[in-house]
Design a protein around this ligand. Sequence first.
Ligand SMILES: Nc1ncnc2c1ncn2[C@@H]1O[C@H](COP(=O)(O)OP(=O)(O)OP(=O)(O)O)[C@@H](O)[C@H]1O
Length: 133
Amino acid sequence: MNSDYNAKKPQTTKNKSFYQSVRHALVGLVTGFKEELNLQRDLMMAALAIILGLICRLHYIDWLFLILAIFIVLLAEFWNTVVEHFVDLLVEHQFNPTAKKIKDISAASVLLSAVLALVIGAVVFGHAVLTYL
Ligand SMILES: Nc1ncnc2c1ncn2[C@@H]1O[C@H](COP(=O)(O)OP(=O)(O)OP(=O)(O)O)[C@@H](O)[C@H]1O
């Protein structure tokens, strides 16, 4: 899938079909998980939470909150990656105070999503443990 970035005739026009749009989105998904350590770490944490959820036999409402938290963290991380690449494209790794501000604020959105996931995890698994006792 990565070969898309080195294709002989690179596409710079709009996607012409739904299939093409989905294929490029999947290339982005694979590239993100392949190249971003933070996304790999998030995926591992998500897998851990899902395994723990299966062990605790969570209620379906708890599953909804857990899956929502996982997707919010992944979305924030994907967008943070987009922002980082976009800023690097613009300033070409030269120090720039506005670039710093943009990247730091973007990283703050990931931090906020992680705090939300921690709170949701604590409530969901805390409730499961209390019910078991
Ligand atoms: N061009 C730049 N100008 C000024 N500061 C920068 C620039 N590039 C990066 N920084 C600073 O370095 C930090 C880390 O940079 P960057 O976000 O590219 O790396 P990262 O390790 O991928 O970050 P993260 O851990 O959030 O994924 C930024 O939050 C910002 O404070």
